[in-house]
Ligand binder design. Sequence first.
Ligand code: C5P
Length: 408
Amino acid sequence: MQDLSGKHIVLGLTGGIACYKSAELCRLLTKAGATVQVVMTEAAEQFITPVTMQALSGRPVYGSQWDAREANNMPHINLSREADAIVLAPCSADFIARLVQGRADELLSLLCLARPAERVPLLIAPAMNREMWSHPATQRNLAQVQADGAIALGVGTGDQACGETGDGRMLEPIQLLEDIVAHFQPKLLAGQHVLVTAGPTFEALDPIRGITNHSSGKMGFAIARAAREAGAEVTLIAGPVSQPTPRGVGRIDVLSAQEMLESAVDRAQSATVFVATAAVADWRPASHSEQKIKKDGSGQPPVLHFVENPDILATLAKSQRAQSGALFCVGFAAESENLVAHASAKRERKGIPLLVGNIGPLTFGQDHNSLLLVDANGVRELPRATKLVLARQLVAEIAARLPTRSPP
Ligand code: C5P
């Protein structure tokens, strides 16, 4: 599955050292299925050559409004009309100022001005020194360019090529790709606050050891990403996993089921959707040893006692917010057999409107899965696909079931 297949992106480069990242961005866009038409300003060509960008995009680069290759000699019209989006990466402080002024004396600013704004979005990835970034003129121009309809993708923070440290770096190519892909997703959850639990829990026995499981957190992280792409505010409560946080998602790391419950109860007060994908340990050790439990030489293993963990999903499903319809709860069930019967029974037992079943051994740690949706009306299968594709389908299913649907 390619997230950008069928999309045509005009990738505009303006003058800045971050141009070296645009080569990688171009590669990522084409790998994601997009066709990419590169347009470079004269200043951008000081940092990276059109040869590199032509080789990576597979198309000749445009740099001049007088380019005679176009039969009508109007590259600004032709290039902007065929685009699904114009992405300026890097977008320099000077270029933002040019956009604000509506300048049109070179090809890139000319085609931005000439774009049909209602159907060709302009996404900008600013890149500059931290002093330039924080200067009131830049911030004023950035606010104006957004008021005029451009979408600013934010900046990174950290070491800068000039040797200084701070805000203003261009986002990494992979982050820009994630934002561009998100831009094209339908905003089915705009105005919603989605809370997701993901990964395993870790129930400590002593400072060294504990009880956990093989959940990778991939499905929950994919749902958090898909919900964010769909326009929701997203909070992700994650057990110990090594997944990267999706762009724009607020993440809370926890270890034990008890910690996960406390965070979930707290965040559920403002959430409108709760998706419980975490593989919460059913039991935790009744006591936690302050020191490592040692062998005592007797050959007798220690006797461990366990107590049951709270059921986070059932707790939230019983809450006043869920009962009044303000919080839509979705559970997951990992079974090893007889999925329909077990999943249906679990939905009833947990008191939730939607339960998603899957076969545990076929999903743990995998990038692909298939899901079974069980609600009051029956059962529906989402066939095998990547977890991100399934997560987007699940988000659409959730959106369709919400009591008050936000306008797209
Ligand atoms: O009862 P079981 O563990 O099979 O139920 C799975 C569903 O319940 C999942 O959505 C899981 O995240 C949630 N759950 C929970 N707290 C627990 C156990 C399960 O939220 N203690």
